[in-house]
Design a protein around this ligand. Structure first.
Ligand SMILES: Cc1cc2nc3c(=O)[nH]c(=O)nc-3n(C[C@H](O)[C@H](O)[C@H](O)COP(=O)(O)OP(=O)(O)OC[C@H]3O[C@@H](n4cnc5c(N)ncnc54)[C@H](O)[C@@H]3O)c2cc1C
Length: 393
């Protein structure tokens, strides 16, 4: 019997499937499948629908408006959502800012910010990286200086995903430059409409706009907007990044993609007129992807079991991030090979009928997925974490 094969979990899966069938509209499915960089409106609409059902925060505690589900229920929910092509929602609010405020924020911050994330009314972005502080994040230069009851922020951040959709930013800034770099950092909440903030779009090679540079010129935020303790921002950042890496493994979405590849290979014909699946090289490639996915999923379930026991994911998050991100890239490379010419058009909705329906969104995913081995901490850095923390090297 598999981990998921209990009467309770089967009933739960049926309930989720039923909800998705009755609430997910075709335009939301197309927005999820067809475009990588979803607009705010469809994400907010889907979040509101989930929240109305009481499912706005699948991984949040019940007392703070979450579902209180077990990790296995959460995994089932994500798997069903992936197979139905449901939007991911505001990742920064739901998976990063929310959990950090739940873990370290004040009661007033929890009351002010969490309900609006659940309701899809406020969106967040993550202000950590700077031009010369990516892998070496602790060397960041953005400063915060206390003036009366307000912190004054100066500097810049880059690669801000969804910054142009966001109402709020959680921002890591230097509050003490006399101590070692990691010890002088603090997490702030900043209103994106504050005077002194300017945003510049950065276009990526998939021709999409999802990232931005942001500049702070004497931006003010109230002293109540410090998350947790002053100068403890690095600790919260490490916990947040580990959660982000587990999330970035994207097991359920990759599983859905592999099923899609299998379908593609069975319905598309090769130059010999036979279905591609009859080519032993295609079968071998799909078999290896499937085997690697099964290994990833069992590692992910191991981490979920740890989380269910109340433990943070720790360095195992780095293992999931490496294997999950590499697999995502190999999956979209395989899709592009199977699709051949019909895969090379970007933006399917403007493809003038050039694109076969099964090619929808693959070119965008293929190009944008260059990034998955870089963001949330480049894979080379994850290998160093594994070497130090797991292998004790
Ligand atoms: C599309 C996209 C979205 C992003 N979204 C966000 C966001 O929302 N918020 C945010 O704060 N950041 C975001 N990032 C930033 C991301 O976290 C950084 O790009 C990442 O941490 C790498 O930093 P860097 O780009 O400065 O590269 P660098 O740190 O300059 O690294 C360049 C290369 O050198 C390697 N390298 C560096 N140091 C070492 C070392 N010690 N050992 C071995 N190899 C090393 C790296 O692995 C990498 O391959 C995003 C990035 C991208 C591209």
């Amino acid at each position: 019997m598999s981990t998921f094969d209990t009467p309770e979990l089967r009933a739960f899966r049926a309930e989720v499937r039923d909800f998705l069938q009755h609430n997910l509209t075709p335009d939301l499915v197309l927005a999820t499948r067809g475009g990588l960089h979803m607009e705010r409106e469809p994400m907010a609409r889907w979040q509101k629908a989930l929240n109305a059902r009481g499912w706005g925060g699948p991984h949040w505690p019940k007392a703070l408006g979450g579902t209180g589900w077990t990790e296995l229920q959460r995994y089932i929910f994500e798997e069903e959502s992936a197979f139905a092509d449901a939007p991911l929602g505001d990742v920064h609010g739901l998976f990063l800012a929310g959990p950090m405020i739940i873990a370290a924020g004040s009661a007033a911050q929890q009351a002010r910010y969490l309900p609006k994330v659940l309701a899809g009314e406020e969106f967040w972005c993550q202000g950590f990286s700077e031009t010369n502080a990516g892998s070496d994040l602790a060397s960041l230069k953005t400063t915060a200086r206390l003036e009366g009851d307000e912190w004054v922020i100066n500097g810049h951040k880059t690669w801000l995903s969804s910054g142009h959709h966001a109402d709020l930013m959680f921002c890591l800034a230097r509050t003490d430059s006399e101590v070692k770099p990691q010890a002088g950092l603090t997490q702030f909440i900043i209103d994106m409409r504050s005077p002194g903030i300017s945003l510049q779009p950065i276009l990526t090679m998939d021709e999409g706009h999802s990232v931005n540079a942001v500049f702070f010129d004497n931006v003010r935020t109230h002293r109540d907007n410090v998350i947790g303790e002053l100068n403890h921002g690095w600790t919260y950042a490490k916990e947040l990044l580990a959660r982000e890496r587990v999330n970035n493994a994207q097991g359920p979405r990759t599983k859905r993609d592999i099923v899609e590849l299998d379908r593609m290979a069975r319905t598309r014909l090769g130059v010999d007129g036979k279905p591609l699946i009859e080519d032993p090289l295609v079968r071998r490639r799909l078999a290896i992807l499937t085997a690697d996915f099964v290994a990833l999923e069992s590692a992910a379930l191991g981490v979920l079991a740890q989380q269910m026991a109340g433990n943070e994911p720790g360095p195992a998050a780095s293992t999931l991030k490496i294997r999950g991100s590499e697999l995502q890239q190999r999956v979209s490379e395989t899709a592009m090979s199977l699709l051949g010419q019909s895969g090379v058009v970007l933006a399917p909705e403007y493809g003038g009928g050039l694109l076969a329906p099964d090619a929808t969104g693959w070119a965008e995913r293929h190009f944008f997925r260059r990034v998955v081995t870089i963001y949330a901490g480049a894979n080379e850095i994850q290998k160093t974490i594994i070497a130090k923390s797991i292998l004790d090297m």
